[in-house]
Design a binder for this molecule. Structure first.
Ligand SMILES: *Cc1c(COP(=O)(O)O)cnc(C)c1O
Length: 360
């Protein structure tokens, strides 16, 4: 039986994408060679990365010659935590960060090694249960770093602040889940394994005027300009993760693009949040206005905590995977990325209702 995959990452991918990727590994388009044993400079992979870049521009409506470049890097989003300040922030300069969770915190820690960091706001004291708003963004900052979706705590920025300085955004866990106005950002980054493809590649979208403004030596492999100049092919790129990401983007396009993704994601999230709010056994963990459409966190209502293990067991017995909450929140986390069908959410909601009838 195919499982309902609620894992936070690596995460669910569209079934037709998995099928086609599996075929390509063994024998790429009938060539007699597997994709992962082919040269990354051959015509096959050249066509793949060109299509990946074209799809990214199309889905995000990035105009040609807009100064934005799509890069395929390695090292995960965690490498971007230091690569961003290394490339954008000179010694003695200041960058502004908003602390909305574990990942934002890690980004802050790394940035401090390269310049001054001003943390404009933090929800840490309330265990990151809301997105801070109304903070003042200093004009002298080189950039403002935000995390659009907090994978662990289940909050998401629903309206980006107006910023007098370029925004750098970690979109790892909601990338391509909704339309994004790219021109509002100086740099966007996202690890592929939450909503796009397998682990092993990180997408960076950077506006070229952000670069070339620091004096320190940048190792070739850690300089964004290397990847711009070589079209992400300075060295051997992660061929397979890029291929699968390209297939996922084909699927997104075929499914109607980012507006359609957003509509589907809103419908799935509403289905589950409505049940969390209506069901006496379960309670949400974050401010309603900041609820994530991607990672839906909830716990057993006070007084019913003893039922947690039992409910988790029942989800597993019913083919649902990955619902145990992160240790810093507890309870449950349902990750409802693009590729999770609504039927998966419906199965979870049905089980919650049935559980409440039996135990409530
Ligand atoms: C998962 C995640 C990361 C870390 O990604 P890696 O690719 O494992 O380094 C960073 N930021 C966010 C928002 C994430 O969800």
């Amino acid at each position: 039986m195919k499982k309902h995959n609620f894992s936070a990452g690596p995460a669910v991918l569209p079934a037709p994408v998995l099928k086609e990727a599996a075929k390509a590994v063994a024998n790429y388009q009938g060539s007699g060679l597997g994709l992962i044993e082919m040269s990354h400079r051959g015509p096959e992979f050249t066509a793949i990365i060109e299509e990946a870049n074209a799809l990214m521009h199309e889905l995000l409506a990035i105009p040609a010659n807009s100064g934005y470049h799509v890069l395929w890097l390695t090292g995960g989003a965690s490498t971007q935590f230091f690569m961003v300040p290394m490339n954008l922030l000179d010694n003695g300069e200041t960058a502004a960060y908003v602390d909305t969770g574990v990942w934002a915190n890690k980004a802050i820690k790394e940035a401090k090694a390269f310049g001054n960091v001003e943390v404009l706001a933090s929800s840490k004291e309330q265990n990151y249960t809301f997105i801070p708003k109304g903070y003042k963004i200093p004009k002298h900052a080189k950039y403002l770093h935000l995390t659009s979706n907090n994978t662990i705590f289940g909050t998401q920025i629903q309206r980006m602040p107006k910023s007098p300085v370029p925004i750098v955004c970690d979109m790892s866990s909601d990338f391509l889940s909704r339309p994004v106005e790219v021109s509002n950002y100086g740099l966007i980054y996202a690890g592929a394994q939450k909503n796009l493809g397998p682990a092993g590649t990180t997408v960076v979208i950077v506006r070229e005027d952000m670069l070339g403004k620091v004096n320190r030596y940048l190792p070739t492999m850690l300089d964004y300009r290397t990847f711009i100049a070589e079209n992400s092919l300075y060295n051997t790129p992660p061929v397979f993760p890029i291929y699968v990401s390209m297939l996922t983007m084909r699927w997104i396009k075929k499914t109607g693009g980012l507006k359609a993704m957003h509509r589907r994601n809103k419908a799935k999230a509403a289905l589950l949040y409505n049940e969390i709010d209506a069901n006496p056994l379960f309670t949400g963990t974050v401010a309603k206005e900041d609820r994530s459409l991607m990672n839906i966190c909830f716990v057993m209502t006070k007084g019913h905590e003893a039922l947690e293990k039992e409910f988790l067991k029942e989800t597993e017995a019913n083919g649902m995977v990955g619902l145990k909450g992160h240790r810093s929140v507890g309870g449950f986390r349902a990750s409802t990325y693009n590729a999770l069908p609504k039927a998966g959410v419906q199965a979870l909601v049905d089980l919650m209702q049935d559980f409440a009838r039996r135990k409530g």
